[in-house]
Design a binder for this molecule. Structure first.
Ligand code: HEM
Length: 392
């Protein structure tokens, strides 16, 4: 993993910890919120932490798995991603439309360059994970277009009826789900010595997730149309659960289920399955949708995306940056317990209305605690790696 990406990952993990602590203090009414905090909190994890790792890792990983020469570091991709992100933070802070437009455009350019780089790896010995990565980045491009237009109001011109939901679905069920699935296809064998499954099953999961995400984006795009939403839900949920079962089997066969890292990966999926699992009840009108739609995305990002990163990022950094032969997955039992309890509190805040602020605040205090160990772990890896680089 190239050094600039590792350092920006570390930087944004630190900011994510501060933002979680801040959300807790604001919810308990100790200080008032900075206007873009909600945006910043989610996107420091998605664009800040995970996208750094994904953009830094995928060109190296796919080239090495397809036995191609290591590609040179692309400063243009790194710079457009990070300058774009800083512009978005500033743009959402002051609701400055040209700044939001510039930020969204730069990140779009960065993702397009990454997509082209991955596209060129196709053919020959290309790994089966490559199609997950390419399709995932394609969904990111769709998500960026919708997200950038959210406050610039171009959703009407694109006939998007419920743009926030379409944005979240393109990025979560499209981008993150597919890229994470590709990472599991590549890393589960490295961690456990067992392949995730047969090529045919992996291919079926790819199609289930890809078509499922398409339905889940099309549904809100058309204003909640049921046929695409319901078929998307069924396809996505069944492929995700199937993949989860295969991951648990591989961890069990290699006796890895006694490590916190494996549990971080497995249990993180509760927090993506939970909102999909609630959808039928919302669609049937048995549960009120609005409170779930406004709060569940926070638990989705901190419970699923962040925990997935807590387990896998230190492993990736140890393998590709420190060049360890048999690295450990990241995370700890305390981080696992606090991240899980944090998500339970955030979900409880949806249903227990009188105590909503306090429950939400406690949830984010727990997330902040969950981030302390991963931050120390990543800082230590960066320190060791930089020391090695300086001595070389
Ligand atoms: C250029 C890239 C992006 C832009 C311009 C963007 C923009 C936005 C905007 C404007 C909102 C609405 C915020 C609000 O209502 O206060 C939002 C929400 C959200 N975005 Fe993004 N986004 C981007 C990338 C991503 C990515 C990569 C993810 C990955 C999963 C993501 C996930 C979310 C989620 C989960 C929410 C809902 C947050 C909540 O309601 O709590 N976004 N985004």
């Amino acid at each position: 993993m190239p050094i600039p990406y590792l350092l920006t990952t570390l930087l944004y993990t630190f900011v994510a910890l501060l933002a979680a602590a801040d959300a807790s203090i604001v919810s308990i009414n100790l200080v008032s919120a900075f206007p873009a905090l909600r945006w910043v909190r989610v996107h420091f994890v998605t664009l800040g932490i995970l996208s750094q790792v994904i953009f830094g890792l995928l060109p190296l990983l796919t080239a090495s798995l397809s036995k191609k020469p290591r590609p040179a570091f692309s400063w243009d991709i790194w710079l457009t991603l990070n300058v774009g992100f800083v512009a978005l933070v500033a743009g959402f802070g002051g609701m400055n439309h040209p700044m939001i437009f510039a930020g969204g455009t730069l990140i779009f350019i960065s993702a397009t360059m990454l997509l082209l780089q991955l596209w060129n790896v196709r053919g020959g010995d290309a790994p089966e994970s490559l199609k997950f990565y390419i399709t995932g980045i394609f969904y990111l491009l769709v998500g960026i277009i919708i997200g950038t237009g959210l406050f610039l109001n171009w959703s009407d011109a694109l006939y998007i009826k419920v743009p926030l939901e379409a944005h979240i679905h393109a990025n979560s069920w499209g981008f993150m789900s597919l890229v994470f699935a590709g990472l599991l296809v590549d890393f589960v064998p490295m961690v456990t010595g067992h392949p995730l499954s047969t090529t045919k099953n992996v291919s079926l999961i790819y199609w289930g997730m890809t078509l499922g995400a398409f339905g889940l984006v099309l549904g809100p795009w058309l204003g909640g149309s049921l046929p695409p939403t319901v078929s998307g839900l069924i396809l996505h949920l069944s492929s995700t659960i199937w993949m989860l079962v295969m991951m648990i089997q591989a961890f069990k066969a290699s006796s890895r289920l006694n490590s916190a890292g494996a549990w971080h990966l497995v249990s993180s999926y509760i927090w993506i399955i939970a909102p999909i699992g609630m959808a039928p009840f919302i669609l049937l009108g048995l549960v009120e949708g609005a409170p779930i739609e406004s709060t569940a995305p926070q638990a989705l990002i901190y419970g699923w995306v962040l925990q997935f990163g807590i387990a896998l990022i230190p492993y990736i950094a140890r393998k590709f940056f420190l060049k360890e032969e048999t690295p450990q997955l990241g995370g700890s039992w305390v981080a696992l317990a606090t991240a899980t309890a944090g998500s339970l509190f955030v979900w409880a805040s949806i249903f227990i209305v009188p105590a909503r602020g306090v429950l939400y605040g406690v949830g984010f205090a727990l997330y902040a605690i969950a981030l302390i160990y991963p931050l120390k772990e990543l800082a230590e890896i960066a320190r060791m790696g930089l020391q090695k680089a300086e001595a070389a």
